[in-house]
Design a protein around this ligand. Structure first.
Ligand code: CO
Length: 209
């Protein structure tokens, strides 16, 4: 167990050496500041690392991760990240990336208690209820879970567009697209759900502010 921890520091030193070999000023340049064009909202799952999946480098993606890539309107953490990304960094794209086999989504489909986490997962149960007609018609458990992962991403994209942060950016004609992706653990491929939104035209009127 101690070895595992010590290796992290050793790996860090190797990584620094590799970067410096390619570019002696690599860290000096990065330290000057960031202007990433992307905000990633993904699952905390260790198998879904934003940079590696998208072939991006440090400085290129602003990242927020939580269990099951949720956009919860009372989450100060998410709202702060979103506000900074949209209003200071002026990102061009926000990507909500879910993944098949998501533990949070699977837990939400069941009826077990997991402790504190149940209150977070409740938000995914709401997504299930919203789409229960479609979901209950899928007899295969595996397929139903996959569909809930997709619908959950769709709802989180929609939740983003409901925020005053996003709507104010659109009002100012700031270029800002919100995308929904699902990552497949089995093959590493990202699937674009093609639900991109860039204005409030398809939003229920009650959410327009
Ligand atoms: Co997950």
């Amino acid at each position: 167990m101690k070895e595992l921890y010590k290796n992290l520091i050793e790996n860090n030193r190797k990584w620094v050496a590799e970067k410096l070999e390619l570019d002696p000023e690599y860290f000096e340049k990065l330290a000057k500041g960031q202007k990433p064009p992307l905000l990633w909202i993904g699952c905390a799952d260790s198998r879904v690392p934003a940079n590696e999946i998208t072939g991006t480098q440090p400085g290129e993606v602003f990242v927020h991760r939580n269990i099951a890539n949720m956009v919860v309107h009372t989450d100060m953490n998410m709202l702060s990240v979103l506000d900074y990304a949209v209003n200071v960094l002026e990102v061009k794209h926000v990507i909500v990336c879910g993944h098949y086999g998501c533990g949070g989504v699977l837990a939400a489909m069941g009826n077990e208690q997991y402790g504190l986490l149940d209150n977070w997962i409740r938000n995914i149960k709401d997504v299930y209820r919203l789409h229960s007609e479609e979901l209950n018609n899928i007899s295969d458990d595996h397929d139903r879970a996959k569909r809930l992962v997709e619908l959950n991403v769709e709802e989180q994209v929609y939740n983003l567009s409901k925020t005053s942060i996003i709507q104010n950016a659109w009002k100012k004609n700031q270029f800002l697209e919100i995308h929904g992706w699902v990552y497949a653990l089995e093959n590493g491929l990202v699937h674009d759900l093609e639900i991109t939104v860039s204005d409030t035209s398809e939003m229920s009127a009650v959410y327009r502010i």
